[in-house]
Design a protein around this ligand. Structure first.
Ligand code: 7PJ
Length: 294
């Protein structure tokens, strides 16, 4: 099936609340987890003071977006009640109100989305792509927040049991196209939407690799592509490294994402990723110039 960009053509500037992200360059989304059980930095930034300090450090290191998450979506994680998620994230979002960069909220829960928007958050980052009842309504009621639609097969509690695709790349692209079309048809402007293939969410090691190999094909959607591979277990399987030792693998993944046209990478190690991408961006600019100023 041919995949068309949304009416209006490829999105060149991602609209995120009062912010506009120009997509000529790569953007870094720094991860700020406020879950007690996050697999890579569980609980370390749980208090608002510590969270603000960590967020400020990521901004100093070059983060363009700070992504706050209070629901653990690691494979096998039990669902978090909305009240618990609210209690985790609201004090942190209050503390982050004056950050100079847009803040995103990593949630699928409409009440959390709405409360976060009320506190000035600019982006809804939803691993369930606004499929929970009420979630799309929250995005519609806010005239301009950014929205990340991520592909996930199943639910975190069970998604890794037996992931199956006949051909993962076109299936994920087709799914994202349909979801983008449905969300646009409901009234969310295409310039507000970024798409994400959802590495590790209902995918085997082989699926993740095929998706990374075929990542450039997601550009046919005409939406900014966001990639989250930082410290993920798929990198652990490739390198044999525990989560604390996956920085080199994560940098390699970020470079492949950049080379494949992704425009936002969601990372834990902002400073190191910025340096790696600075080298890539400089060479990429020279390569474009040599190819005739594309
Ligand atoms: C992702 C995410 C991702 C988007 C998480 C982890 C698990 N949001 N939230 N994309 N992953 N958009 O950090 O490993 O890949 S939580």
């Amino acid at each position: 099936m041919p995949i068309d960009p949304a009416p209006g053509g490829a999105v060149r500037t991602w609209r995120c609340g009062r912010h506009r992200l120009a997509l000529e360059r790569m953007h870094l989304m720094g991860v700020l987890n406020v879950t007690p059980d996050s697999f890579s930095d569980g609980g370390r930034h749980a208090g608002p003071g510590a969270a603000l300090e960590h967020a400020r450090r990521m901004v100093d290191e070059g983060a363009d977006i700070i992504d706050v998450g209070g629901e653990s979506t690691r494979p096998g994680a039990p669902p978090v009640p909305a009240d618990e998620e609210l209690a985790r994230v609201l004090p942190v979002l209050r503390a982050l109100r004056d950050l100079p960069v847009p803040v995103s909220i990593d949630t699928s829960e409409p009440r959390v989305m709405q409360a976060a928007l009320d506190l000035g958050v600019s982006i809804i980052n939803d691993v369930r792509a606004l499929r929970r009842p009420g979630a799309l309504d929250v995005a519609l009621a806010s005239p301009d927040c950014g929205v990340v639609l991520m592909h996930m097969a199943g639910e975190p509690a069970t998604m890794q049991r037996a992931p199956y695709y006949a051909d993962v790349v076109p299936e994920v692209i087709d799914w994202l196209a349909r979801r983008r079309d449905a969300v646009c048809a409901a009234g969310v402007a295409a310039e507000r939407i970024a798409v994400d293939p959802g590495f590790g969410f209902g995918k085997t090691q082989g699926h993740n690799r095929q998706l990374l190999a075929g990542l450039a094909r997601l550009q046919a959607l005409g939406q900014p592509v966001l990639v989250g591979l930082s410290r993920k277990s798929t990198l652990g399987e490739l390198t044999g490294r525990p989560v604390t030792e996956r920085l080199p693998a994560s940098l390699a993944a970020a470079l492949i994402a950049a080379q494949s046209g992704a425009r936002i990478v969601r990372v834990h190690d902002v400073g190191a990723t910025r340096d790696a991408l600075a080298v890539w961006a400089a060479v990429d600019a020279d390569r474009r110039a040599a190819a005739g100023g594309q």
